[in-house]
Write a protein of this length. Structure first.
Length: 272
């Protein structure tokens, strides 16, 4: 898989398939492999681009001067320019939706369609922000995510009823446990602070095109509950769907439902 140098760092991405371009933007603490079921299905008809967030997967460190999600959106626009892709359908889950919406607002002429999944474009509620920041401080000081913290962090991403011995759960836990100190301190923790101190975008949601926007949310998502999705869908004026039997990483907990919803949305966007 190739790399592009953006703001002096190597951004790792996948570019698979041909046809109209679809950009998959994933969650904090996950690499682009979280999209494996969707990449396989979508790349049969579309050109699928997926990327590793800074400090995640095989991407380089968070570039110096990266201070906000607007900076991430600008960096991904630079990747699209590098790939000579004029227009995309952007599918953003969690932080991928947070910076993805910023990209769509900054460069609406580059967007064919926008799918926001398990995300929220308002500010982080202050008690939650302080809680996450306390976790970041512990990780920064330890230089690792110790087992007691893994027992807190890992379940956040899944529905309450998931089997903690399942491969999905255990593989994610193992990836987090293996993150090196330098990566945690220089990229992962700062990226988390950027994410959870984001500015409020709710007042701008009426600038998104309701005809080309869809919201999806796991029906058991704990960090980004369905109530937030309903609030945003009302502000945009667009449809939303709840993903059955799914938590925050809804595309992996119910991949068939999510893939079908995305294929239907893409077919509608490219039917004319």
């Amino acid at each position: 898989m190739p790399f592009a140098t953006i703001d002096g760092q190597a951004l790792h991405y996948l570019d698979q398939g041909s046809g109209p371009a679809v950009l998959l933007a994933g969650s904090y603490l996950w690499d682009l492999n979280m999209w494996a079921p969707q990449i396989e299905a979508l790349s049969r008809q579309y050109r699928v681009i997926a990327l590793d967030l800074w400090g995640h997967g095989q991407s380089g460190a968070l570039p110096q001067g990266t201070a906000s999600l607007d900076d991430i959106a600008r960096q991904v626009l630079a990747l699209l320019d590098h790939l000579q892709i004029e227009r995309i359908t952007l599918v953003g889950l969690s932080v991928g939706g947070m910076w993805g919406a910023r990209l769509a607002l900054a460069a609406p002429q580059r967007i064919n369609g926008l799918v926001l999944m398990d995300t929220y474009l308002g500010v982080e509620p202050e008690p939650t922000r302080q809680y996450y920041f306390s976790l970041f401080k512990q990780i920064e000081e330890a230089g690792t995510i110790p087992s007691p913290l893994l027992d807190i962090v890992v379940p956040i991403f899944f529905r309450p009823g998931i089997d903690p011995q399942s491969a999905l759960y255990q593989d994610f836990r193992a990836v987090l446990a293996a993150l090196p100190s330098e990566r945690l301190r220089e990229s992962v923790v700062p990226m988390g602070r950027i994410t959870f101190s984001r500015a409020d975008l709710l007042s701008r949601l009426n600038q998104l095109d309701p005809k080309t926007t869809l919201l999806l949310c796991g029906d058991q998502d704990k960090p980004r509950p369905p109530s937030e999705t309903r609030e945003m869908a009302e502000l945009i004026g667009c449809p939303y769907q709840l993903v059955p039997e799914a938590g925050h990483i809804s595309n992996l907990e119910n991949p068939e439902f999510v893939t079908e919803a995305l294929l239907k949305f893409l077919a509608e966007r490219h039917s004319c």
